[in-house]
Design a protein around this ligand. Structure first.
Ligand code: C5P
Length: 299
């Protein structure tokens, strides 16, 4: 059984939906369809939501957990369930329970990770369709971050997010995640992308070169440092609290790099040891008791 897979009680399939972190994110340009062409090195943290599929139960989505009440309006998991039922009536579905441990609209891919976890659960429940259905293509229809969250491993992501290459040689990294807990506009990601003045690009671009093979954490950190998050500046404009979080992380002892993940406002700090990350997380939790702060391993 692969990591993150669990069967709780008969008929229940449990998948973890780990937080997605964009270690690097470059915007190549604006495509004719209005989306932006990206190149992003994506990793996952060992914190996340839990998605439980109760096979055969009437389709329904319930949400629990510390951030459950923060999901208002669109629920991508409910959309996924409804759309998949229409698209592939042969698939055995069920009811879904989400344990929401991650802050919502945080730049951690939470909703996308939950939808992707549900797709993995449904694929496991329907082994006869595991190879005949285009799971990644369907994931891309749900949202740009869903394919990489479906893969759920360190990956190079490109296109608008629909192309994903899993990477085998990336070391685990000690990190701190910090979220300021401020209200975020519902269309945050759209607003952040809209502030970019990215040049129009031709319809077909060559696929990017995969990143070099990296085995040591210090080399991974150097690679991340040598690249950027092109969404950082517009993210700071849309959510000014990002600046304070980045600065607080950067000032922690041993922090090698502090950066906004995706469109923010969650930021991550990279450290050379778990001990250093844990000490920094404690320090930040004390100085900012209202922030969501976690010491994590990225991989
Ligand atoms: O695909 P998703 O629904 O997650 O995208 C949310 C918004 O982010 C899109 O409406 C678009 O404005 C912007 N976006 C983009 N280029 C991408 C991904 C998202 O412009 N590659």
């Amino acid at each position: 059984m692969a990591e993150g897979e669990r069967v709780d009680k008969p008929g229940n399939i449990v998948e973890r939906a780990r937080a997605k972190i964009n270690l690097t994110l470059s915007v190549v340009g604006r495509r004719a369809d209005g989306y932006h062409e990206l190149r992003s090195l994506v990793v996952f943290a060992n914190v996340g939501d839990t998605v439980t599929l109760q096979l055969g139960a009437p389709p329904n989505v319930s949400v629990a957990g510390p951030f459950g009440a923060d999901i208002t309006g669109r629920n991508l998991v409910a959309e996924t369930l409804a759309k998949l039922g229409q698209r592939e009536p042969r698939l055995q579905l069920g009811s879904v329970e989400i344990e929401k441990n991650l802050p919502v609209a945080a730049g951690l891919g939470g909703g996308s990770a939950d939808a992707a976890a549900l797709l993995r659960a449904i694929r496991r429940a329907n082994p006869e369709n595991a190879d005949t259905f285009d799971w990644i293509g369907f994931a891309a229809e749900l949202g740009s971050d869903v394919p990489v969250c479906f893969v759920h491993r360190p990956s190079l992501m490109w296109g608008r997010g629909e192309k994903v290459l899993p990477l085998t040689s990336l070391p685990s990294l000690a990190a701190v995640l910090a979220n300021p807990g401020v209200p975020v506009p519902a269309d945050k990601t759209t607003q952040v992308f809209r502030r970019l003045s990215a040049p129009p690009i031709p319809e077909t671009l060559p696929d990017p070169e995969p990143p070099p093979s990296i085995t040591r954490p210090e080399d991974a950190i150097a690679f991340a440092r040598a690249h950027t998050n092109d969404l950082a500046e517009p993210a700071r404009d849309v959510i000014p609290a990002c600046r304070e979080v980045e600065a607080a992380l950067a000032s922690c002892d041993g922090c090698q790099l502090a950066r906004i993940s995706g469109a923010g406002p969650t930021c991550f700090g990279l450290f050379l040891s778990t001990e250093a990350a844990q000490a920094a997380a404690q320090q930040l939790s004390r100085s900012h008791p209202n922030w969501w702060v976690r010491s994590v391993t990225l991989g």
